[in-house]
Design a protein around this ligand. Structure first.
Ligand code: COA
Length: 247
């Protein structure tokens, strides 16, 4: 079974992370599939919006730690192609999340146009705890959303937060028992709107920060890549893998 399920429902492309036994941790191969699908959906007249969700109890546990330990990550690695495809995606992108949304599982939401979360969702960006730095433009997008003080508190302590707090922050549009159904419903509503007006409105909404986010993503990526080799990060990854082996 594919680790990314791809389904077209009317004019909506539904991409589902499908690695529930690993909490949908995202491998480089999965990033490549996601990037390719976003890039082809961008130019496909038959698709007017994309919904992204995760199968099982977690949206995603973020980057696959084994992948990061075993593969050399360069600026040409699929994770960076995915981030670029996400940032440049011109059509409405709607996320439905539940359970754990770790690392990129939270930062990718800052690029989505609408986000619906199940009541049990736990958002976390434990980059500093792992010896890493924020990614996906989140070092600009998150403080812009919640203010410098709160962004610093969350990034520097690595603490997680729930759906209620995410809604107060404006990170999500709503808390829904069936977040996927709500996301697909809104995707359908938006797909019925005049398509050029939708594209132009999304472009205008993002125009104020598009270039700034792009250049920051490059800087974050370089720092993230270097940090991956550090003792702090290798030690944190080793600690996670060892703790799981003992369970
Ligand atoms: N990379 C690789 N494997 C991962 C993973 C990740 N990011 N997150 C979870 N897994 C694997 C576990 O190793 C375990 O595999 P196993 O059954 O073969 O031992 C399986 O997924 C289930 O995870 P588990 O930790 O037992 O589930 P949980 O419900 O107790 O905890 C999380 C869920 C998400 C809180 C926890 O798995 C976690 O903290 N993961 C790491 C998150 C992270 O640091 N991501 C990197 C961000 S840059």
């Amino acid at each position: 079974m594919s680790e990314i399920l791809i389904e077209q429902i009317d004019q909506t492309l539904h991409l589902r992370l499908n690695r529930p036994e690993k909490k949908n941790a995202i491998t480089q191969a999965m990033y490549a599939t996601l990037a390719n699908n976003l890039n082809s959906a961008a130019g496909d007249f038959a698709i007017r919006s994309v919904v992204i969700s995760g199968e099982g109890r977690a949206f995603t546990a973020g980057n696959d730690i084994m992948d990061f330990m075993n593969e050399e990550i360069t600026m040409s690695s699929p994770v960076f192609h995915f981030l670029k495809a996400l940032h440049d995606f011109p059509k409405p992108l709607i996320a439905a999340v539940q359970g754990n949304a770790v690392g990129i599982g939270t930062t990718m939401l800052m690029h989505c146009d609408l986000v619906f979360a199940a009541p049990d969702t736990i958002f976390s960006m434990p980059f500093v705890t792992l010896g890493l730095v924020p990614e996906a433009g989140s070092s600009l997008l998150f403080p812009r959303l919640v203010g410098h003080a709160k962004a610093s508190e969350i990034f520097l302590t690595g603490r997680s937060f729930g759906s209620d707090e995410a809604q107060e922050m404006g990170l999500i549009n709503g808390i829904e028992a069936d977040a996927v159904a709500k996301a697909l419903e809104l995707a359908k509503v938006i797909s019925e709107q005049p398509p050029s007006a939708v594209l132009n409105t999304k472009a205008l909404l993002k125009s104020g920060s598009h270039i700034a986010v792009e250049s920051l993503m490059q800087a974050e990526g370089e720092m993230f890549r270097i940090a991956l080799q550090s003792d702090e990060t290798q030690g944190a990854f080793m600690k996670f893998m060892t703790s799981r082996k003992k369970d």
